[in-house]
Design a protein around this ligand. Sequence first.
Ligand SMILES: NC(=O)C1=CN([C@@H]2O[C@H](COP(=O)(O)OP(=O)(O)OC[C@H]3O[C@@H](n4cnc5c(N)ncnc54)[C@H](OP(=O)(O)O)[C@@H]3O)[C@@H](O)[C@H]2O)C=CC1
Ligand SMILES: O=C(O)C1=N[C@H](C(=O)O)C[C@H](O)C1
Length: 272
Amino acid sequence: MTETTPGIVIMGAAGRMGRMLVQAVCDSDQARLAGAVVREGHDWVGQDVGHAMGGPAMGVIATSDPLEAMARAQGVIDFTTPETTLEIAHLAAQARAVHVIGTTGFTETQIEQLVPAARHCTQIRAGNMSLGVNLLTGLTGMVAAALNEGWDIEVVEAHHNQKADAPSGTALMLGEAAAKGRGVTLSQVADRGRDGITGARTEGHIGFSAIRGGDIVGEHDVIFAGQGERIVLRHMATDRMIFARGALRAVLWGQRRPPGQHDMIDVLGLGG
Ligand SMILES: NC(=O)C1=CN([C@@H]2O[C@H](COP(=O)(O)OP(=O)(O)OC[C@H]3O[C@@H](n4cnc5c(N)ncnc54)[C@H](OP(=O)(O)O)[C@@H]3O)[C@@H](O)[C@H]2O)C=CC1
Ligand SMILES: O=C(O)C1=N[C@H](C(=O)O)C[C@H](O)C1
């Protein structure tokens, strides 16, 4: 590590993804852990993050003050809630720090509210930071473009029983890719939450279904159902570290880039 090694703050460090991100940054020789932010009153506050995670000291004391943590950082990785992410977007803009957003469950309005901050810093947001899902997104767009009339698209996702939002951010990414492949706007063709006497399926619509249970890390199927045949594109995540590694790659990619909004397709160079 050198003096120019970027310092990274992890928001929501005590969360499922937060812990993975702390570990990923600490294991990297291209980044250093500059801060770990938890909720006010959390029992990690004032403790060394390594000790709080049950391991050796990491030399970083957990804080509930994101401003203090970001004062000495070049990047912030944020897998929290939409409300927290909106607050952090403003702080990242002030600090000119790269803001990597893994948080999902935003409303359309909240997504628009992220735009002003990205005039002052690099913002990278994706509903899924894994290489596999971002590749699958490209494949989904291609298949949707090739199979239009007579083919119904359904996105089915499964996650652990603590997940707060549905459909998942990944399911929406895949739905967006399918809609784009067909030259339509997802919001106009999305069928979310069928129940009761729904009637026959509307031609051209994209359906979403969500399964919640146990400790499922994240599974996504894009089903192209035709007459007499069916294609299923599937991604199965078995380890959250794939998301943490993607986020770390993103925060490093964003260093010394001009302000603006990006996604993982940009980071991974999959845009074609
Ligand atoms: N893009 C991707 O690749 C992935 C995205 N995700 C998304 O990331 C998000 C988090 O998921 P997950 O880690 O499972 O959820 P968790 O609930 O386990 O973690 C979120 C953490 O953020 C903390 N937090 C929220 N707001 C604040 C705040 N203002 N200050 C300090 N800490 C805060 C929470 O604290 P508390 O519990 O005390 O509220 C919690 O510890 C979800 O939106 C999920 O969908 C998840 C995996 C991959
Ligand atoms: O909440 C999760 O766990 C996950 N969230 C992301 C999503 O909403 O798609 C990514 C991954 O599937 C895990």
